[in-house]
Design a protein around this ligand. Structure first.
Ligand code: NAP
Length: 263
């Protein structure tokens, strides 16, 4: 129960990596706000978490413990700064604190460089980079007042080496997130707030499900551990960074990529 009495916000939590992050935080005691743009997906995610049919291979929070995970949903487009601010205000009004922010929501078009239009460029940067900045900005006053907080940004191997399949705008947004992590880590360290990134390699989720067999085989062939990642692989690294086990780590990036990029 590493997160007992903690309050966490996880964006993009209706499915995939965000869902698994929310699941592990809730399982270990946190109140978790699942924030996503998809209301139906959120309802289903909350239902799965509360019912025990969470798909975590029998490890869901409520099974056997008799304890219902303390989870709630917030429908929000993270690219909408006003919506982000009012969501954070609501969480503070209801719970009085925010201990963990996981900036996970992201979009990943694979549009070729020559075909990326201005609107698409702006949308990717809004969701993947502007949103995380303004979410962090919104939780900072509470974390400073608490003299405690964990901000975890879900970046990507694409931001470290340039994507092989995902779009140029996606790689650029994720590279920006790595720098955002370092700047926030420096600024917030005096208040005991840790800011770190997790950089996934290719993960088997809806985001990559419609990539061609050839693309997925090409990517898998580049992974020494010989498989695509599972969303749970990322959630486990996030949980470590969200816990007090990582209290001396800030400004860092944990690569969870099966060895696809070694530094
Ligand atoms: P996913 O399966 O596509 O899930 C992303 C979730 O975020 C969806 O529920 C989506 O809702 C939601 N979302 C999209 N735009 C949003 C917005 N503007 N505001 C709030 N929520 C929004 O993706 P995933 O694979 O779990 O990826 C999660 C994170 O990991 C992303 O930041 C991604 O870039 C990063 N990542 C993934 C991989 C990978 O291989 N999968 C690799 C490296 C990094 P909708 O369905 O309604 O759009």
């Amino acid at each position: 129960m590493r997160f007992e009495h903690k309050v966490s916000i996880v964006t993009g939590a209706a499915r995939g990596i965000g869902y698994e992050i929310a699941s592990i935080l809730a399982r270990e005691g946190s109140t978790v706000v699942l924030a996503d743009v998809a209301p139906d997906g959120l309802d289903a995610a909350i239902e799965r978490l509360r019912s025990g049919s969470c798909g975590t291979r029998g490890a869901c929070g409520c099974q056997g413990s008799g304890r219902r995970p303390c989870v709630e949903s917030a429908v929000v487009n993270v690219g909408d700064v006003n919506a982000v601010r009012s969501m954070v205000e609501g969480v503070l009004a209801r719970h009085g604190r925010i201990d963990v922010l996981v900036n996970n929501a992201g979009i990943c078009p694979t549009t070729p460089v020559e075909e990326i239009g201005e609107a698409e460029w702006d949308k990717v940067l809004d969701v993947n980079l502007k949103g995380p900045f303004f979410l962090a900005q919104a939780v900072i006053p509470a974390m400073k007042a608490q003299r405690y907080g964990k901000i975890i940004n879900i970046a990507s191997i694409a931001g470290e080496m340039g994507a092989l399949v995902a779009g140029c705008h996606y790689s650029v947004s994720k590279a920006g997130m790595l720098t955002l992590t370092k700047v926030l880590a420096r600024r917030l360290a005096p208040w005991g707030v840790n800011v770190n990134s997790v950089a996934p390699g290719t993960i088997d989720s809806v985001m990559t499900a419609d990539w061609s067999d050839e693309q997925r085989q090409m990517l898998t062939a580049r992974i020494p551990l010989g498989r695509l990642g599972d969303p749970v692989d990322i959630a486990n690294a996030v949980a470590f960074l969200a816990s007090d086990e990582s209290s001396f780590i800030t400004g860092a990036t944990i690569d969870v990529n099966g060895g696809a990029l070694m530094r």
